[in-house]
Structure formats: C-alpha cells, structure tokens
Ligand binder design. Structure first.
Ligand code: G6P
Length: 520
C-alpha cells in the first residue's frame, strides 16, 4: 500500500515521566507510528506514519488503557528514546501511548536487516536463488542470537506494561518469537499474532535450519490466536507446523476442506514454560481492506489536484488531442513486487500491439524501500534501467512510454490512482497488496485490474480482475491488452464490484475484530 507520512509536529521536549497505568490493550510492531529526525541544532522532529496498522489502531484512539510498543529504527528515534526514557511525548504521537525500545544498533541491524528482512522475508516470499543461497553458518547463528535478543526486549517490555489478563496483538515476522517468550513471562495474557506477509509452503520453509524452523513455529504457537491475510497463508502455516513439529506432539484440528472460516481450526502443541500443558492456538483469517472513506477524502484535497495537473502533462495527449490511456502501478520497491517483469510485459504489449503506441502511458511509481540492503539497491537500479531501455527503444519525440517516479509522494500516488484506466499489480508473492484494493476505489475511469494470482488480494478480487501468472510476461502483456480493450460496460461493472470487495474490511474493523476475538 502507499502510506502517507503526516505533517511533522514541532520540536520535541523531554516528556514528563511517571509510573504509567498498566495497559489493557497492547500492540507490538517493529515500526511504530512515529519516527524522529534529529536536526543540526539538536531538535528532534517527529513524523507520524500512515499504513493499515496505524489507521487500524486509531480505532482504540488515545485511550490511556492502550499502548503501542515499537523499536527505535534510526539515530533520531534513539535520541528520542534517550530523552523520554522510551515513553514518547503524546504530542508527537497524536495522543497515543507509545513505548519505543532503544535496542543496541548492532543487535537491531542484525535482527532487522539480516534475519527479518534478508532471511524470513526471503523465505516467506520465496525469493532465494537457491543454487547459491541461502547458506547458514556460524555468522548466521550470531545474527539469529541478535534476533532472539531483539524479540526478548519486546517480550519483556510487553510483560512490564500489561495489566492482568490484557490483550496483546503482536505484528509480523520481525516478532515471531515474542508470543512464546511473553507467554512464559506472563501466562495470564491473551496473546495474538498477525502475519502481514505470505507464509511459505513447508518445502521452502524448511530451507531454514531445523532448530530455527522449530523455534519460529513454537514461538508463534505461544499465541492464543494467529491471524493471516488469506486462507492460503493460514493453511501453509498449518502445513509447516505439521511438517516440522510432528515429533513435538503437534495436532491439527482442521476442517477437512482446509477452510479456516468453516469452524475455528486450531493447533495444539505442548508448550514449554508456565503455559497450559496442552496449548491451543486458533488460526484465523482477517483480510485487511482499503480505508475507502479516508482515501476518498484525502484524494480530493488540493495537493492531489495539483499533482494531477502535472501528471497529465507528463502523460500528454495523442496527436489528435485525445487523452492517453494510463496503466498505473505504485509499489514500494521490494524484491517481491515484480516491477521489472511488469515493465517488460508492457514492452511486449507495445511490440505485439503497435496500434497502442503513443496512445497509452505506463505510470510506474517505485518508491525506495530497505535501502540498507545491497540487493534492494541493485533491484531499484534495475527498475530504472529497464524503464529507460523501454523509453529509449520505443519512445518518440512526443511520447514517453514509461513515466517512472522513484521519490515517495503520497499525493502523487493518489493522483495516479484517480487517473488509472488499468491498474497493474503483478507481485511474485504478496501477503495482500493493498494497492490492488486502493486503485479501484479511487479510479475515475472505472479501471480494469491486472492482478497476480500470487497476491493475497486475488482471493477477494480475482473474479473481477484479469488474473495473471506473474512470471509470464507474454500472458501479462495479453492481459494489459484485454484490460485496455474491455467493453466499457463490463469494465464499469467489474470496477464497482472491485471497489466494494476492496473496502469490505476497513483497517479499524480489521483491528477491532481481532481484538474482540482475542478477548472472547
Ligand atoms: C511490508 C510488509 C509488512 C512489513 C513491512 C515492513 O509492508 O507487507 O509485512 O511489516 O513491509 O516494512 P519495513 O519498511 O518496516 O521494513
């Protein structure tokens, strides 16, 4: 999804510290709702982030009973932690209670970059070039130890902050060990975990060293409830647990057809520590949707209108003065997003259908992500190279086939959404992909959606999208053609249904459903 960094708030003063009341609702995630930049004059500038979790959590408002525990990501954050003892000034957080953990930079880098993003992310998205990678030796073991330290810091902070019987919602692959660690510290708590990524099938998950695969699964099975974005990922988790934990007494209570909403499926596995001897963990699906109300309001502010004017100029018009069609994509430049094959599919489409040259523009926004990792930097460079090559090969003096932007601009993303005739969302694997849900909500041209069958969103949108195998450039090119030539009435009907399905479970409901289920 695209996210909006909100207005920066003013310089931060040290916050008053006292003994805060224990919290009844706790959320834990690596990235918190706010990040800090330190200026040369020593002041700190706070910037609130956007995204599904931030918006979901706003459902609990600035309730004093709720707290968000997150990690300091960079130097600015660490300085804020030093000045506030980790309890951020509510003026910076929109009133939310936030505890930020100042984890040692080396420990943090190893846990976040090396284990979470370079290993677990790769496993769940199946990104390795397996003839050469991964290989797990002593160096990896050191990084894994850092991942354990980082998870323990979260578990200890949560254990400190939680009131008796409180509900704790732990987020994502960064914190897979937290549920088990926290249960050992505080067996009274209700613990949920949500995976925002896909889950790997067992034969891929088992690339991980056996003991680490086991630790990850047992860590998660410390939770009372595990949430996933689709049935497919929940089912894959169950299969991994079966394959890896067969010798540890795991049993799976699962409806025969594997439907996770046809009765509550659960796994049981004897738990270490103080927990119940035969711990039951329910598996559930919560398909996060787009925040339709927010998007529609935000997309009609003046800054978006301004961006539309500029974008229209960049897109240009045909020789006879007609609007050019647009194929829009917006991604964080993650290795899983398949931007390069998307560009190659567009090129193939222009080669196969020269009649579309000068009549269509591919508007591709590829925003920087995880630039600390060389492989991400290389991929970003490849995206640029490919876009430049398509423009050099096929462009004409009055027509730039690909309009590529790589600097994050939320208002411009919304402008592109509004102008979309076709949305191209072709990840090789994706937990959900909220862009696939956001574009149909905002498109003013009743956009057609070309969607990868490997995106979680395909489970909900597949019937009205043009579904593609993301590796098949030829088939994707054909789908682009079909999208552009689809009869207007068919397109309009599909677009309406796409927008409805996309907004079926807005972030606040998504969050509250999980909280209610955990407390039930
Ligand atoms: C994507 C994934 C999330 C993940 C996030 C982390 O959005 O879908 O599962 O939590 O990346 O991104 P970050 O920028 O914090 O590494």
């Amino acid at each position: 999804m695209v996210t909006e960094p909100s207005e920066a708030s003013g310089p931060s003063e040290p916050a008053a510290t006292g003994t805060p009341a224990p919290a009844r609702v706790l959320v834990a995630s690596n990235r918190g709702p706010v990040s800090y930049t330190r200026h040369d004059d020593g002041t700190l500038e706070a910037r609130r982030g956007g995204g599904g979790l931030v918006s979901g959590l706003s459902a609990i408002g600035s309730d004093d009973d709720a707290i968000w525990v997150c990690a300091a990501l960079g130097e600015g954050d660490r300085e804020a932690v030093r000045r506030t003892e980790g309890r951020l000034d509510p003026a910076d957080t929109g009133g939310q209670r936030v505890r930020m953990l100042g984890i040692e930079p080396e420990v943090y880098a190893a846990a976040y970059n090396d284990v979470a993003n370079s290993t677990l992310w790769f496993v769940h998205h199946m990104l390795y070039q397996t003839p050469l990678e991964p290989s797990f030796g002593p160096e990896f073991r050191e990084r894994w130890a850092a991942y354990e330290t980082y998870n323990r810091a979260f578990a200890e902070a949560l254990a400190q902050e939680a009131a008796e019987g409180a509900a704790v919602l732990v987020q994502d692959y960064h914190l897979a060990l937290v549920p088990g660690m926290l249960r050992a510290l505080r067996p009274d708590l209700r613990i949920g975990h949500f995976s925002h990524t896909p889950w790997a099938p067992p034969e891929y998950f088992r690339l991980l060293p056996d003991d680490i695969a086991e630790r990850l699964l047992l860590g998660l099975l410390g939770a009372d409830r595990l949430g996933f974005l689709t049935r497919r990922w929940a089912g894959a988790f169950k299969e991994c647990a079966r394959a890896v934990l067969a010798g540890r007494g795991l049993t799976a209570h699962w409806p025969d057809d594997g439907a996770v909403d046809g009765g509550p499926p659960y796994l049981t596995c004897p738990r270490a520590g103080d927990g119940p001897a035969d711990g039951r963990t329910y598996l559930a699906v919560h398909g996060l949707g787009a925040d339709g109300d927010f998007l529609r309001e935000r997309a009609h502010r003046p800054d978006v209108a301004e961006r539309m004017v500029t974008l229209r100029e960049q897109i240009g018009r045909t020789a006879d003065g007609a609007d050019r069609k647009t194929i829009v994509r917006v991604d964080r430049t993650e290795l899983s997003k398949n931007i390069v094959r998307g560009l190659l599919a567009y090129r193939q489409f222009l080669l196969d259908h020269p009649e579309w040259r000068e009549r269509v523009v591919h508007v591709a926004f590829a925003y920087p992500s995880r630039q600390d990792l060389a492989v991400y930097r290389d991929y970003t460079a490849e995206v640029r190279r490919t876009a430049d090559a398509v423009n050099a090969e096929l462009g004409t003096p009055g027509w730039t086939p690909v309009v590529l932007h790589v600097l994050d601009d939320f208002a411009r993303s919304l402008a592109a959404y509004r102008l979309a005739d076709v949305a191209l969302v072709n990840p090789i694997r994706d937990g959900m992909n909220l862009v696939a849900k956001e574009i149909p909500v905002l498109s003013e041209r009743a956009c057609a959606l070309v969607l990868s069958r490997e995106a979680g969103a395909c489970a909900e949108l597949g019937e009205d999208a043009l579904v593609v195998n993301p590796y098949d450039i030829g088939a994707t090119a054909d789908a682009l053609h079909e999208a552009l030539t689809m009869p207007a009435a068919d397109r309009a009907d599909r677009a309406k249904r796409l927008a409805a399905a996309a907004t079926a479970l807005p972030p606040q409901r998504w969050f509250l459903d999980q909280l209610e289920a955990l407390r039930a």
